[in-house]
Design a protein around this ligand. Structure first.
Ligand SMILES: Nc1ncnc2c1ncn2[C@@H]1O[C@H](COP(=O)(O)OP(=O)(O)OP(=O)(O)O)[C@@H](O)[C@H]1O
Length: 530
C-alpha cells in the first residue's frame, strides 16, 4: 500500500504550497537584490525619478514577502493536516483487526511515527521543493549576467543543498543504528520507573533504578554530542560554501557595480533557503524509520474477517497447544469437548496453562498446534465470538467511567433493574453512578473482581468462562458469590480455580500440569495431595 496515498487534489495543494513558498523566497531574494541595487545606484546621485520604480519595488516586495510566507504556511499546513488526518485513520483501521500491537508500541505507531511523517513533508519535502525552485531561479537570473558566475553559484548550491545534507544523513543514520539499543533500554526503564514507581519506592530500589536510567540517558547524550561534533562541520561547511560562492559571483559577474551588488546579495539570499536542509537532514534517519514502521502497519495483511454466526456454541479442542516464541510450550496436546450445557472445571498449579486454555476458547490466542473449533469450524471464521463466549477473565479491563457504563458494555439495552440484579448475584453493592477511575483504580481489588463478574453475569453468553473469579474475596463470601453466579448460568461453564470444592457437580474436571492434561488417575492422586 502506498504510504503517502496523496490524492490528486492534495498533490495540487502541495504544489501550490511549494509555489507560494518559492514565490515568498524569490520575493525576499529580489528584495535584497533591489535594495542593494538601489543603495549603490543612489550613491551615484542620479535624478530621483530614475529611482522611483526601484523604491516602489522594494516596498512591494517587502509586503509580498510577508504575505506570501503567510499564504505558504497556511497552504502547507492545510495539505499536511488533511493528509495526516486521513493517514491516522488508515493506521488506526489497520491496527484494529487482530489486535496486532499493544501498549507503547501502539502509541508509538499511532502518534510519534505519524507525527514524524508530518515533519517529512513540512521540514523536508516542501523546503526541498522551495529550495530547488529558488536555487534554479537564482542560477538562471545570474546566467543572464555571467555564465561563469552562474556555474559557481549552481555548484555552491548543489554542494550546500545536496552533498552536505547527504553526508549528514549518512553520519546520523549510522549513529541512530548504534544508539538504537540504548534508546530501547531507556524507553523500557522510563516505563518501569513510572508504572512500577510505588513498588520501587517500597523495595527501596528507586534510586538504583533511577541511576541506571540516568546512566543510559548519559550514554545517549554522549552519543548525541559525538554525532553533533561530526555533523557540525557540515553546517559550518555550508556557510563557507555560501561565502565562497557569493564572493565568486561578485568577482565573476560581468555587470555594473549596482547589478553586481544585486546579484551578489541575491546569491547570498538563495543560500539562506538551501542551508536549513543541512540541519533538517539530521532527522531523516528517524523519519525513515517511522515511515518504515507506518508502512509495515499499512501493508501487513489484516487477518480475514469472519462472517459465520455460531449455531449451538459447541466448542472442541483437538490436540490443541500453544508455544510462545522462544519459550517452552505453554499448552500441549489438550483435548476437550464442550457441548452446550456442559460444565468443565480446570485445575492446576500456577503456570500450568489454565489461562492459555481459556484464551484458546475465547479466540484471543491461536493454537500453534492442533485445532480449536466451534460447531466444527475454526474460530477465525466467526464474525463475533463474544456473542457466544465471554466471562470474567483474569485481566478483564475496567473502563474509566461509571459502574453503570461498565456494566452496559455487556448488555447495552439492560434496564437498571437488570443491572442491579446482576450486581446482587456477583455480590457487588456500589452505586451504579459511582466512578471507577482509570483502570478501575477507584475500586478495591475485590470490588473490581465482582464488577467484572456482574458484567459476565449480565452478558449471559452460551459459554461462560470464569478465571479464578473469587480468588481475592474472603472464602465464605467468595463461595456464596460463585454459587449464585453458577446457579444463574444457563449455558456451558468453564471455570478455572485452585479449589477443587468449587467444582462439585461439574461434568468434567481437567487437571493441567506443565501445559499437559493429566490422565484421570494422576489427576485424582494430585487432588488427593492438595
Ligand atoms: N504471552 C506469553 N509469552 C510467553 N509466555 C507466556 C505468555 N503467556 C503465558 N506464558 C507462559 O505460559 C505458561 C502458562 O501460562 P498461563 O498463564 O496459562 O498459566 P496459568 O496456569 O493460568 O497460571 P496462573 O495460575 O498463575 O494464572 C507459563 O509458563 C507462562 O509463563
Amino acid at each position: 500500500m502506498n504510504l503517502w496515498a496523496l490524492s490528486a487534489k492534495d498533490l495540487l495543494r502541495l504544489f501550490r504550497a511549494a509555489l507560494l513558498g518559492a514565490a515568498a523566497e524569490i520575493a525576499a531574494l529580489a528584495l535584497m537584490a533591489t535594495a542593494a541595487w538601489l543603495l549603490l545606484r543612489a550613491a551615484e546621485r542620479p535624478p530621483l525619478a530614475s529611482l522611483t520604480v526601484a523604491i516602489v519595488t522594494v516596498r512591494t516586495l517587502a509586503l509580498l514577502r510577508g504575505g506570501l510566507r503567510y499564504a505558504e504556511r497556511l497552504a502547507g499546513h492545510d495539505v499536511v493536516l488533511r493528509w495526516l488526518g486521513s493517514l491516522r485513520t488508515r493506521v488506526y483501521q489497520a491496527l484494529i483487526p487482530g489486535n496486532r500491537y499493544s501498549g507503547g508500541d501502539l502509541v508509538t505507531r499511532l502518534v510519534s511515527d505519524v507525527d514524524a511523517l508530518q515533519d517529512a513533508v513540512l521540514r523536508w519535502l516542501l523546503p526541498a521543493g522551495v529550495a530547488t525552485i529558488v536555487g534554479t531561479t537564482a542560477v538562471v537570473v545570474t546566467a543572464l549576467a555571467s555564465a561563469q558566475a552562474a556555474v559557481a553559484l549552481g555548484a555552491g548550491l548543489l554542494v550546500a543543498g545536496v552533498l552536505l545534507p547527504w553526508l549528514v544523513v549518512r553520519v546520523t543514520g549510522a549513529a541512530a543504528r548504534d544508539s538504537a539499543p540504548n534508546r530501547a533500554e531507556l524507553a523500557e526503564r522510563a516505563v518501569e520507573l513510572v508504572t512500577g514507581h510505588r513498588e520501587l519506592v517500597a523495595a527501596g530500589a528507586l534510586d538504583e533504578h533511577r541511576a541506571e536510567a540516568t546512566r543510559v540517558a548519559g550514554d545517549l547524550a554522549t552519543g548525541e554530542r559525538a554525532t553533533s561534533a561530526k555533523t557540525a562541520p557540515a553546517a559550518a561547511g555550508g556557510v563557507l560554501v555560501q561565502l565562497g560562492a557569493t564572493v565568486a559571483v561578485a568577482l565573476l559577474a560581468e555587470a555594473s557595480v549596482p547589478w553586481t551588488a544585486a546579484l551578489t546579495l541575491a546569491a547570498l539570499a538563495a543560500f539562506e533557503v538551501v542551508l536549513p536542509l543541512i540541519g533538517a537532514a539530521r532527522r531523516v534517519p528517524e523519519i525513515r524509520a517511522s515511515a518504515a514502521r507506518v508502512r509495515a502497519v499499512l501493508t501487513e495483511p489484516a487477518p480475514p474477517e469472519g462472517t459465520r454466526v455460531a449455531a449451538t456454541g459447541h466448542f472442541r479442542l483437538d490436540g490443541a497447544g500453544v508455544r510462545h516464541p522462544g519459550r517452552g510450550p505453554a499448552l500441549r496436546g489438550v483435548d476437550l469437548d464442550l457441548p452446550p450445557g456442559k460444565r468443565v472445571g480446570i485445575l492446576g498449579p500456577s503456570g500450568a496453562g489454565k489461562t492459555t486454555l481459556l484464551r484458546l476458547l475465547l479466540g484471543s490466542q491461536s493454537p500453534t498446534e492442533g485445532r480449536v473449533v466451534l460447531d466444527g469450524h475454526p474460530l477465525g471464521e466467526y464474525a463475533d465470538l463474544s456473542q457466544v463466549i465471554s466471562g470474567a477473565e483474569a485481566d478483564a479491563h475496567v473502563f474509566h467511567t461509571t459502574v453503570r457504563e461498565n456494566l452496559l458494555l455487556a448488555k447495552p439495552d439492560a434496564t437498571d433493574e437488570e443491572l442491579e440484579a446482576a450486581c446482587e448475584t456477583a455480590g457487588f453493592d456500589l452505586d451504579l453512578d459511582r466512578g471507577t477511575g482509570p483502570d478501575g483504580e477507584a475500586l478495591s481489588g475485590g470490588q473490581r473482581q465482582r464488577l467484572v463478574l456482574a458484567r459476565a453475569v449480565l452478558a449471559a453468553p452460551k459459554v461462560l468462562v470464569l478465571d479464578e473469579p473469587v480468588e481475592g474475596l474472603d472464602p465464605a463470601h467468595g463461595d456464596a458469590v460463585l454459587t449464585r453466579v453458577l446457579a444463574q448460568a444457563n449455558g456451558s461453564v468453564v471455570l478455572v480455580t485452585h479449589r477443587p470444592e468449587h467444582l462439585e457437580g461439574f461434568d468434567e474436571v481437567l487437571t493441567l500440569e506443565d501445559g499437559r492434561a493429566l490422565p484421570a488417575s494422576a489427576a485424582d492422586r494430585r487432588r488427593g495431595r492438595s
